[in-house]
Design a binder for this molecule. Sequence first.
Ligand code: PGA
Length: 260
Amino acid sequence: MEILIRDSLEAGAQVAASVVSKIIKSEDKPVLGLATGGTPLRMYHELIRMKQSGELSFQNCTTFNLDEYAGLSREDERSYYFYMMSNLFDLVDIDKNNVHLPDGNAKDLREACRKYEQQIKAAGGIDLQVLGIGANGHIGFNEPTGSFASRTWVKILSEQTMQDNSMYFDKLEEVPRHVVTMGIATIMESRHCLLLANGAKKADAIRKMIEGPISASCPASILQMHPRVTVVLDEEAAYLLTFKDHYKWVEKNKLEWQRY
Ligand code: PGA
């Protein structure tokens, strides 16, 4: 894993956006896996700024989002469809025909999950998958003890995640219990993963992910088996890492071509 620790949220967002823009510029038809939540918002702002300044175009991009609530309409401002439109897609030059999110409203959710996997395959797989991490170590909505072999499917949120996400809802009971999420195996097939985490609330999950044993108790720990993962952290999210100084040393001493 490539661990990049930054002393401000702005600096983290900039390095994350530069990883994304590098992929967009280097691929003819870049395929991006995208994430929602509070963490990637600054990175999206930076990407929008790059588009507005003429540095970057999303015209040739195809995107697949990690997850979506089941049963919220696309117009519901708490849906991830609404989040992606208002925080990125409406603000850049992407062709909306090439934008994909799991359909949490499909009549046949199981069939919709199978179709999502086929669409990712038909697009040639994901070049870069952006990920957040839950305080419980989830990636996408793959909660602790779920199978590492899972594919896009309907999952049940843990009570902790419902609690964590309840700030976007009026009350806890309104948080959907069911979600559609890419599986761990789907995520592991992407060619490069970019995981972002900020704040002390994530520090324990980050320690388990990077330095703990690989265990379904911390789903993100499977990323230790992925050949290409870039992790961008602020100091707070990194504070429990035993080898923090080593990660900084490695970054400082990389050869030019080894840098993200
Ligand atoms: P957050 O969510 O960015 O809102 O902290 C991350 C996640 O749950 O994966």
